[in-house]
Design a protein around this ligand. Structure first.
Ligand SMILES: Cc1ncc(COP(=O)(O)O)c(C=O)c1O
Length: 394
C-alpha cells in the first residue's frame, strides 16, 4: 500500500470549511447577499478582457495601481489617508494573514488570540509551525486588556490577532483597548528577534474583515495607523489592520484581501509572498470593482438595519442575541443546536454551527431571506411544523 508522507502534525486533520450546500437561503459564510449589478459585472468583465490580452506576461508583482486604489478606498471609508506602500494585498485576507505568520511566526514562536474567535487563526499558526495560544474573552466577548497585557508579557508572542468586529460574536473593540494592547506589545515580542539592544515588539493584527458594518461612531483601528509621535514617526509601526473585499464589498468570489500597516511591516511581508501571487485577472477585476465602490457598498446601510432588527426580533422570541457590529448575529442557547441547524436546513435555510456551546450564527441576507429564516426558526423551535412545510421546502 502506498503511504504518502503527510506531516505528522497534519495526520487526521480535515480541510477547513463550512458545508457547501445548494439550498435556497444561504446565511452561513457571512457574504453580502446582493450580487453586483449587470453594469458593474459588465465593467469587471471588460477589465478582465483587457487583462486577458496580456496574459502571456506575468502580472505586476508589486501592483502599485491596485494598492493606490485600496488606499483611496480606505480614505473614503475610514477617513485615513495612507501611502500606497503601506498597503498590501493577496488572495483573500486569509492569505494576507498567513503571510503575516510566515514572516513573523515560525518554530519557537507563538501567536496569541482571544476565544471564541475566527477558526482559521489556529490554522495559519499550524501551517507556519507557530504555537497558537489563546486567552478567553469576557462573558460579553469583550477583552480584559489587563489580562491581555499579562498574557503578552508571559508569552512574548510574535503576533497578536484581534478580530474586530469579532467572528462569531460580532463584538467590536474600543480604540482605547487596541491602543492599550499596542502599548503592551511594545518590547514584548519574541526574544530571538532583536538585532540590537532594543527588544522586539509583537506584531498586532486587527482583523477588520467586517469593519464596514460597524455601527456609527465605532472607529476603525486604521485611525491608530495615522497617529505619529512628536518627531512625526509612526506611533504604532507594529500595527497591521486587515480588510477584505469579500464581505461588505460584495466580492467574496474575487478573493481579494488586504492589509494596512507601516511601510516597514509591509516590506517584510514582501519577503515571504510568492512571486506574482496576485494574478493579472484578480488585479484587473479588483480595480474595476473599486471604481464602483459607492454602488457596491450601497446595501451596507440596509444590511446594518436588517441586522439590528434581527437582534431585536430574536430577543423578542426569548433568545439571547448579541449586539453585532458585523453582518451576522450569534444567538441561542439551544439544548441541541445541531437539531435546530438541521431543522432550518430541512426548510432550505443554511446557517452555521459555530461559537460557544448551544449557540448558532446567522448572517444577514435580503429581507426575503430573513423572512424565510424567521419563519423556519419559529417552526423548528416551537414545533409549529407540519410534514407539508417540511416537504415543500426540502
Ligand atoms: C474574521 C474573519 N477574518 C478573515 C476572513 C477571511 O476572509 P477572506 O479570506 O475572504 O478575505 C473571514 C472570513 O469569513 C473572517 O470571518
Amino acid at each position: 500500500m502506498t503511504v504518502l508522507p503527510l506531516r505528522p502534525d497534519l495526520q487526521g486533520c480535515e480541510p477547513y470549511g463550512a458545508p457547501e450546500l445548494d439550498v435556497p437561503v444561504r446565511l452561513n459564510v457571512n457574504e453580502n447577499p446582493y450580487p453586483p449589478s449587470p453594469a458593474v459585472a459588465a465593467d469587471i468583465a471588460a477589465a478582465v478582457g483587457r487583462a486577458a490580452a496580456g496574459l502571456n506576461r506575468y502580472p505586476d508583482r508589486d501592483f502599485p495601481a491596485l494598492r493606490s486604489a485600496l488606499a483611496d478606498y480606505l480614505d473614503a471609508e475610514a477617513g485615513v489617508r495612507l501611502d500606497w506602500r503601506q498597503i498590501w494585498a493577496a488572495n483573500g485576507s486569509n492569505e494576507v494573514m498567513l503571510q503575516v505568520l510566515q514572516a513573523f511566526g515560525g518554530p519557537g514562536r507563538s501567536c496569541l488570540s482571544f476565544t471564541p474567535t475566527y477558526s482559521m487563526y489556529p490554522e495559519y499558526a499550524r501551517d507556519t509551525f507557530t504555537r497558537y495560544v489563546t486567552v478567553a474573552r469576557r462573558e460579553d466577548f469583550t477583552l480584559d486588556t489587563d489580562a491581555v497585557a499579562a498574557a503578552i508579557e508571559r508569552e512574548r508572542p510574535a503576533v497578536v490577532i484581534l478580530a474586530s468586529p469579532n467572528n462569531p460574536t460580532g463584538t467590536a473593540l474600543p480604540l482605547d483597548d487596541v491602543a492599550a494592547i499596542l502599548e503592551a506589545a511594545r518590547g514584548h515580542g519574541p526574544d530571538d528577534a532583536a538585532a540590537g539592544p532594543d527588544p522586539a515588539d509583537c506584531v498586532v493584527v486587527v482583523d477588520e474583515a467586517y469593519g464596514e458594518f460597524r455601527r456609527p461612531g465605532v472607529p476603525s483601528a486604521l485611525e491608530l495607523l495615522a497617529r505619529t509621535d512628536a518627531a512625526g514617526a509612526h506611533r504604532y509601526p507594529h500595527l497591521a489592520v486587515t480588510r477584505t473585499m469579500s464581505k461588505a464589498f460584495g466580492m467574496a468570489g474575487l478573493r481579494l484581501g488586504y492589509l494596512a500597516g507601516s511601510r516597514e511591516l509591509v516590506d517584510m511581508l514582501r519577503i515571504v509572498r510568492l512571486p506574482y501571487h496576485l494574478s493579472a485577472v484578480s488585479q484587473a477585476a479588483a480595480l474595476a470593482a473599486l471604481a464602483h465602490r459607492e454602488e457596491l457598498m450601497s446595501q451596507v446601510a440596509s444590511l446594518r438595519e436588517e441586522r439590528d432588527a434581527l437582534v431585536t426580533w430574536l430577543r423578542a422570541q426569548g433568545w439571547t442575541a448579541y449586539e453585532s457590529d458585523a453582518n451576522f448575529v450569534l444567538f441561542g442557547p439551544f439544548a441541541d443546536r445541531e437539531a435546530v441547524w438541521q431543522g432550518l436546513l430541512d426548510r432550505g435555510v443554511l446557517i452555521r454551527v459555530v461559537g460557544p456551546d448551544g449557540y448558532l450564527r446567522v448572517c444577514v441576507g435580503t429581507p426575503q431571506e430573513m423572512e424565510r429564516f424567521r419563519d423556519a426558526l419559529v417552526h423548528v423551535t416551537t414545533g409549529a411544523d407540519t410534514a407539508d412545510t417540511k416537504e415543500n421546502n426540502a
